[in-house]
Design a protein around this ligand. Structure first.
Ligand code: ADP
Ligand code: MG
Length: 235
């Protein structure tokens, strides 16, 4: 099947530090992610996973190699282009990164309002619909501090998906959750992503959720291994 990848990475290198302190973090990364595909990235702490996610998300500039998102090259891309890229991506982090002084609905709604000139009425409705979709219909006006870790992470999922982005980047989204909440959260992401045709790149150490992936890749010392290898290899 001929489909354009959402993300195409070719011969990507990345470095931190300058001069004598310069250190290569990512080595010749090659990766393609297709529409609707769920890719899980595993690998030890410090191996470069978050760095790669931040490059794909336009949160850092590409230094060497090629990274295209929906056919837009990010190498030497303008800040303006990076800003517009960021609006096409939903982010879910280990900590939910919700704003404590906003309710569940207001946290989600903010993502709608940042993106486009929708009416407030529409933004409110979309936010409520999305919170219902993640099972939080009864908690719309709750503040984060009155919700469990799993509920907060579900708000973060609602926020990431409310604009129907082509891609979601999730960096250890279950790390702070107990086993069952973690499982629930990734199954929810999987279901919504399949419904919306969203691609997901999900970083995790959690072996118990590998089965939701269409494909698993492994980062080791800045080298991306085993594109296409199966779950058994990682256990
Ligand atoms: P992972 O997400 O797999 O734990 P990271 O991408 O966060 O790995 O980090 C990869 C390596 O780069 C680590 O050695 C880390 O200490 C280093 N590193 C991460 N961010 C920075 C930064 N902003 N400046 C310098 N070094 C960094
Ligand atoms: Mg990390």
């Amino acid at each position: 099947m001929e489909r354009q990848p959402v993300v195409t990475i070719k011969n990507l290198n990345h470095y931190y530090g300058k001069g004598a302190l310069k250190r290569q973090i990512l080595h010749d990364i090659n990766l393609e992610i297709y529409p609707g595909e769920i890719v899980i990235m595993t690998g030890p702490s410090g191996s470069g996973k978050t760095t790669l996610l931040s490059l794909i998300g336009g949160l850092r500039s590409v230094q060497e190699g090629s990274l295209t998102f929906l056919e837009e090259e990010l190498y030497r891309a303008s800040q303006k282009k990076l800003v517009s890229l960021r609006q096409k991506i939903g982010y879910i982090f280990q900590a939910h990164n919700l704003l404590g002084f906003l309710t569940a609905r207001q946290n989600v709604q903010m993502a709608v309002e940042i993106k486009q000139s929708v009416s407030q009425y529409h933004a409110v409705n979309r936010s409520i619909t999305m919170l219902q979709a993640v099972g939080l219909g009864n908690y719309i006006n709750y503040y984060p501090e009155n919700l469990s870790g799993g509920q907060k992470q579900r708000i973060a999922i609602a926020r990431a998906l409310v604009n129907n982005p082509p891609m979601v980047l999730a960096d250890e989204p279950t790390a702070a959750l107990d086993k069952q909440s973690g499982r629930d959260v990734v199954e929810l992401m999987q279901r919504l992503a399949k419904e919306q045709g969203t691609s997901i790149l999900l970083v995790t150490h959690d072996n118990r959720i590998l089965d939701i992936a269409d494909r698993i890749v492994e980062m080791e010392d800045g080298i991306l291994l085993g594109d296409n290898h199966n779950v058994a290899v990682n256990n």
